[in-house]
Design a protein around this ligand. Structure first.
Ligand SMILES: *[C@@H]1O[C@H](CO)[C@@H](O)[C@H](O)[C@H]1NC(C)=O
Ligand SMILES: *[C@@H]1O[C@H](CO)[C@@H](O)[C@H](O)[C@H]1NC(C)=O
Length: 263
């Protein structure tokens, strides 16, 4: 019996060794890389290594807010330019806050800064005691090693880095804005790995503003960027996702309780 087990182990090792040695060959063949960041099987907004229990609202919402605040404050301290994008930029448009149905945030840095982060700040941990937190918490900055892959074919690694609340596992996504090298529109086209593309003149020079009460930056032509991504109506419709925008408080408030399918 004993020798049988060890043969199986030896065979497994042989198979593993073969797989390890097969990786570099596969890489040069441009096979997609394995997915780097692992999310919780029941909720993709949580990092699987840190999420032991999933939060409920309003705690979850409060944590997203704190993630954004601590992220912006940290990058400001590190001297790294970062700006709001996508749903987070839309949240800025409406009241300069995370929208209540957003369980993550999208922020961007340049490709050069992503290299800088990877070289000097990967896996660095920061301590914050912020807002209404009773105890301080640790946040981890983690860079996906596959960020060096510039093509858009690696769909499991579109996120280049994350800012993670190590207490709950909730995180925000950081992507690099890369310059397309031979774009049909010529020079100056930026892209991310989701497939978004925009001229650099839409992004730079960045504008200074605030978000969730913290200084931050947004793209220069934010309005056109939002219109292009979400449509003109997204900037004027005051009813969205089961919420109504309250002009007085500059925030989204839930509509009256409605059946699930109406939301
Ligand atoms: C960051 O550190 C982690 C843990 O050591 C490692 O797996 C990952 O490849 C690193 N990322 C980069 C960009 O080097
Ligand atoms: C919303 O409030 C602002 C002032 O905060 C005001 O200028 C604007 O007219 C208001 N809009 C509506 C639709 O009430």
């Amino acid at each position: 019996m004993k020798s049988c087990t060890s043969i199986i182990i030896a065979a497994t090792w042989a198979a593993l060794a073969w797989r390890i040695s097969a990786v570099p060959a596969a890489k040069s063949n441009k096979a997609p890389e394995p997915k780097y960041f692992r999310e919780h099987p029941y909720d993709v907004h949580y990092d699987n290594r840190f999420a032991f229990t999933l939060l409920d609202d309003p705690e979850q919402r409060e944590t997203i807010k704190i993630l954004v605040q601590t992220y912006l404050a940290t990058f400001r301290d590190l001297g790294i330019q970062t700006w709001l994008m996508h749903g987070t930029l839309l949240g800025w448009w409406w009241g300069k806050k995370v929208m209540p149905w957003d369980y993550d945030a999208d922020v961007q840095v340049t490709e050069a800064d992503m290299y800088f982060l990877a070289a000097y700040y990967n896996m660095t941990i920061y301590y914050y005691k912020y807002g209404a937190m009773e105890e301080g918490r640790f946040f981890q900055l983690e860079v996906n090693p596959y960020f060096v892959h510039r093509d858009q074919d690696d769909t499991s690694n579109v996120i280049d880095a994350r800012w993670i609340d190590m207490h709950s596992g909730l995180y925000i996504d950081i992507t690099a804005a890369r310059y397309a090298l031979d774009h049909k529109e010529g020079e100056g086209v930026l892209y991310d790995k989701y497939g978004h593309e925009y001229r650099d003149t839409y992004v730079f020079p960045l504008r200074d503003t605030t978000f969730e009460g913290v200084p931050c930056k947004i793209p220069y032509r934010y309005e056109e960027m939002l219109e292009a991504e979400y449509g003109k109506k997204s900037l004027t419709n005051t009813v969205f996702h089961g919420h109504r925008f309250d002009n007085e408080t500059r925030s989204w408030v839930p509509l009256e309780e409605k059946p699930e399918e109406d939301l």
